[in-house]
Design a protein around this ligand. Sequence first.
Ligand code: ATP
Ligand code: MG
Length: 141
Amino acid sequence: MEEKKRTFAFLKPGKKNKQSAIIAELQFAGFTVVREETRVLDIAMLREHYAHHVDKPFFQPMADYLMSGESVLLILSCKDDLDPVQFLRDLIGPTDPKKGQFGQIRYDYGAHHPDIIFMNAIHASGTSAEAEEEIARFFPN
Ligand code: ATP
Ligand code: MG
């Protein structure tokens, strides 16, 4: 099957102008917003999405934070010669914001605190297959 040239992301809850600034940065870097929806995520969706983390001690605090406000769900594409999944992962930086570098979205917009790694501003799919699975989950229609 031909690989789809798109990826999935969501901006985690926080100030609206911070979410807008991140979208502007994504566009400035070369992404096109194909679809955008603002929504409060629910526990059923989070248990599915974070199935690999449901038994971890940080799952409940992470879910409480993610349900505390609106997330902005995004389908993103970019120029044909780039892999959107890898391009976005490089742009956001590592899971733990403080381990990234200035200019990476998680470093610039995430929390630099040892106990709140999950306040890392943005989720982005790790592979193209994961992106398609997540798009089907978060945008069923
Ligand atoms: P994401 O899937 O959100 O883009 P990732 O692929 O870099 O992040 P995963 O291992 O898939 O990392 O973790 C998913 C999310 O779980 C992370 O974004 C973070 O919010 C949270 N997380 C992962 N590990 C920890 C941890 N040790 N402590 C707190 N939160 C964590
Ligand atoms: Mg992941």
